[in-house]
Design a protein. Sequence first.
Length: 127
Amino acid sequence: METTVVRFIAFDDDDDATEAATHRLRRELHQLDGVRSVRAATSATPAPDGARAGELAELGTLLATLAAQAGLVAGVLRAVGDWQRRRGRGRVEVRLGEHELVLDNATADEQRRLVEAFLDRVFPPER
């Protein structure tokens, strides 16, 4: 079965809280069916455009290897969105190939629509 690597980058202003939260996300992702591995990665990604110095910093980057199936990727993205909403702050960038999804202050419904649009770009519907 074909696999893909998804990069998750957490941005926040609280190093310790984000490190602990990223560790929890890693455990949650490991529990999902079809996720082959989740590991910490190093990255030189700068803070998002418009962030003031010291406002947001990249605190945790995870690489997840999983089956390249739309349903599985959707489940992983829902888990990441739930994790981000439980934290109540910060920003998560999800990168799959050249595609990027940003989850920050969106409501659950807005996140659902963002995830659907992202999946349509990554896994175009059969025509």
